[in-house]
Design a protein around this ligand. Sequence first.
Ligand SMILES: Cc1cc2nc3c(=O)[nH]c(=O)nc-3n(C[C@H](O)[C@H](O)[C@H](O)COP(=O)(O)OP(=O)(O)OC[C@H]3O[C@@H](n4cnc5c(N)ncnc54)[C@H](O)[C@@H]3O)c2cc1C
Length: 483
Amino acid sequence: MLGENYSLAASYLAEADVIVAGGGSAGFSAALAAARQGAKTILVEKNAILGGVATMGMMMSIGNHICTGDDRLAIRGIPEELVDRLARESGTNPNWKSAKHQHITFDIEVMIDLMYRMLSEAGVKILINTTVTDTLMDGNRIKGVLISHDKAGRFRLSGKTFVDATGDALLAAQAGEVCTLNKDQATMLYLLSDVDLDELYEFLRTHQEQYPTHLDHDSTFAEFEKNWLENGIFHTPHGGGLIYSFIQDAVKEGGYKKQVGNIGGLDVLGLFGLKQNKTCLINSNVLFVDCGDPWQSSSVEIEARGMIKPCVDFFRKAMPGFQNAKLVSSAREIGLRGWRRIHGQYPFTNSEKGKPSRFPDVVWCGPCIGWAESKIPAEKFFGGGLKYLGGQVKLNTMHDVPFRALRPNNVPNLVMASGKSYAGGCLRPIAHCLAAGQAAGVAAALAAPLGDFDKMDIRSLQSALLRQGVYLGDTQRLKELGL
Ligand SMILES: Cc1cc2nc3c(=O)[nH]c(=O)nc-3n(C[C@H](O)[C@H](O)[C@H](O)COP(=O)(O)OP(=O)(O)OC[C@H]3O[C@@H](n4cnc5c(N)ncnc54)[C@H](O)[C@@H]3O)c2cc1C
C-alpha cells in the first residue's frame, strides 16, 4: 500500500465497477462472470496471454473435478461451457463428460484464443502486459490499483469491488490482510512433439503390471486404454515413472538421476498427450521455491529449466516411442502450486472436500474425493511427509464450497478467486479455479453498488449464479436454501 503522493505520480487511466487482477483460469472466469452480470469490468494481466499456469505454465489439462464418480456434472456454469466450447473447436475431446475421463487435456493455443474471444463477447476490457503493482487504500477499503504497463509506464485504475486472481494473494497482502507464506512446490513443465504414443501405449499394454493404477488419480489400464484409443487422450498419472522399468532400471544402474541439485522427482513422470497433435506434455520434477527471495526463486527456476535437455536426451534413448521426440516448448513460467494464502472467513479444508459438507452460503459444488492408497512409500516421491502415495477416487456425492472461504477478514470490497490462495490451496485444480472465479465475479458485480461484500444478500448471489448455470444442489436442496 502506497502513500498518496507516490500514487498521484501515476496518471489516472480508467474506472470500472469490478477490477480483476490476474488473468489465469480464475481471473478469466471472474471477469467473464462479472461482465455477464452487467458490471463494467477491467481485467489486468501481467503477461501477454491469459491462462496463467494452464497456458504460460503449460498445465494443459483440466483435472476432471467436474464430474462425480457416477458421471453427474457437479461443477457447471463457466467451467462446463469453456470445456464444451474447447471440444467444439477441436481443442479437446467431446466425450469428456465422464468420470472415467480423468483429465481433460487440451490444446493450449485453442484455449488462449477461446479465452480472449469469450471475454470480448462479454465486453470485458482487458489490459495485458500490465502488472498490478499496488493497492490504493481508503482506510481498509481498496479504492484503486496502481498498474504498470511494460511500455507505457504507471497508471491508476479506480474501482468499486476487486477480485484477487493473482494466485499470490497479492491484492489481499497489499491491502493489509494477514496471510501465510509457504515454500511453493513448483514444477517446470515442457512439451515434446513427434512422440509415437502408440508405441508407449503398446509398451504399457504388454507390461500392464507397470501401469500406475493408484497414483495421482485412481485409474485402471482399461480406462487409460479406452481414453487413448477412443478419445485420443493419453494420460498416465503423475508418479507413473516410479513404476516404469525403463526409468527405474536406469536409476538403479546410474544412467538416470532422480535428483540433481535442487531439482527432485525427475523420475515421477506424469504424461499428457493429444493424438491430434502427436505431442506429449511431461510433468516430472519437483522443486521448492521461496517466492519471497528473488535470487533464490530465480536461480532454482533457471536450474529447473536447465534440467529439461538432459531429461529429453534420456527419454529419446530409453523411453518407448520417444526416439524422435523434439522439445517444442518449455513453460514460459514455472508452475507454482501456491505460495501466499489468506486464512479467509471460513477456512475450508481438504477434509471438507472429501465429505458431503453443506453450507448455507454455497457458491459451487464439487465431487467429493476419496483416497486410494498405493503401495509406493511416499518418501520415494516427495522425500517424506506422507506415508503412502494416494490416488484420488471420485465419489458419487458432492461437497459445497461456501462464499466465506473466498472472503478475506479485513478488506470489505475484496474477494479471492484463485483456488491457490485460500482454503490451504486445496481448491487449486483448474475446474475449481474456474468455478471460484465465476462465484467471485458475480459477487463482485452485485456488490459493486454497495462497495461491500458483507452488505450483499447471499440469496441474491446464489440466484444470480443459478441464472448463470451454476449447480448449487438438487431441487430439494435449493428449496432448503430458499432458492
Ligand atoms: C505443476 C502443476 C501441475 C498441476 N496439475 C494440475 C492438473 O493436472 N489438473 C488441474 O486441474 N490442475 C493442476 N494444477 C493446478 C492448476 O493448474 C492451478 O492451480 C490453476 O491453473 C491456477 O489458476 P489461477 O487462475 O488460480 O492462478 P494462475 O494460473 O497462477 O493465474 C494467476 C494469473 O495472475 C497473473 N498475475 C499474477 N500477479 C499479477 C499482477 N501483479 N498483476 C497482473 N497479473 C498478475 C499471472 O500472470 C497469472 O496469469 C497444477 C499446477 C501446477 C503448478
